[in-house]
Design a binder for this molecule. Structure first.
Ligand code: ATP
Ligand code: MG
Length: 294
């Protein structure tokens, strides 16, 4: 077990061990994570679905003993949901309370104070007294205007509020942005980030992950499972199975008490790893047949 660090880790090895100690088996991710904590740069994590992008941020927060602040991106996400919003209701109440005999000037000074601000994730992350891990998940779902706004926060670590002035960061978060590549991100954003490409893992690495999540599954079954998943990924599928599906399949096989993955059990449990009608047919035909022969 790595000692619980309250400050930045002092080597790649320390990050590697730290991530392992919280159940995340890193690949190239420990080097980039280490650099991120040292250089104070955000990390852009790209790769197909289910390869551990979001989990990396969660595990990093757990290992560094920091709170995780998460901004889940979606189409139409705006500053009011990402940065801050004025608490209109509270402002209104104050105006009503002060209505008698007070001029607008006085009230105005009152209602645009921090007390009337609703913090959203980006602001929470930089205003936190103790440094946090900030996860900006699925950044590719937002539009370019949002990206531009984000750039300002990520490069200056400050937020300008017209009525209030500049809010400077109290602490600097470790920032991870994830993307599934549904659109190309701007060069300006990439330039400010370290880059981590997470792909489907190599066989031995995936085997280790599956075994970590289902230690009770027989090793030969687990090995056969990742071999089959590897074969399935080579087919031209709409949606190849990810690590998440491998883990689900391992859990299902364990529950069913499977001692081997033969053609029958493969067909019966196929829908745990393949989730499109056309993919199911293709996989049953190509891989199912191989299992019969093998
Ligand atoms: N290196 C790893 N070590 C341990 N578990 C892992 C690892 N990589 C992935 N997993 C497991 O795989 C699952 C899927 O990972 P995660 O949700 O982070 O994927 P993702 O890349 O964010 O996918 P999506 O693009 O669909 O959001 C997690 O539940 C996690 O437990
Ligand atoms: Mg994710």
């Amino acid at each position: 077990m790595a000692a619980a660090p309250t400050t930045a880790p002092d080597s790649v090895q320390a990050v590697e061990e730290g991530l392992r100690s919280v159940g995340y088996l890193p690949s190239a991710s420990s080097l980039v994570s280490f650099l991120a904590t040292k250089l104070g740069k955000p990390v852009l994590v790209e790769g197909p679905a289910g390869v551990g992008k979001t989990q990396l941020a969660k595990s990093l927060a757990e290992y560094l003993q920091r709170d995780l602040v998460r901004l889940q991106c979606y189409e139409g996400l705006d500053e009011a949901k990402a940065l801050y919003e004025w608490n209109y209701r509270k402002q209104l109440l104050r105006i009503q309370a002060e209505a008698q005999g007070t001029g607008w000037e006085d009230v105005q000074e009152d209602i645009f104070g921090e007390e009337f601000l609703l913090e959203r994730p980006l602001m929470t992350a930089i205003a936190s007294e103790t440094p946090v891990v900030l996860l900006i998940d699925e950044i590719d779902k937002t539009d370019q205007e949002f990206e531009a706004m984000l750039l300002e926060v990520l490069s200056d670590f400050q937020i300008s509020i017209p009525e209030l002035g500049r809010v400077e960061a109290r602490t600097q978060p470790v920032v991870l942005l994830t993307s599934n590549n549904t659109r190309e991100l701007t060069e300006a954003l990439k330039r400010r980030c370290l880059y981590l490409w997470l792909d489907y893992p190599a066989l031995e690495h995936e085997l280790a992950i599956v075994r970590l999540h289902t230690p009770d599954l027989d090793e030969t079954v687990a090995r056969k499972l990742v071999e089959i998943v590897g074969m399935v990924r080579e087919l031209d599928l709409k949606k190849p199975p990810s690590i998440a599906e491998s883990i689900d399949w391992a859990r299902a096989l364990l529950l069913l008490g499977a001692e081997d993955i033969d053609e029958r059990i493969f067909r019966e449990t196929l829908s745990v790893i393949v989730k499109h009608r056309t993919d199911l047919d293709l996989v049953a035909e190509r891989v199912g047949v191989k299992l019969t022969q093998g």
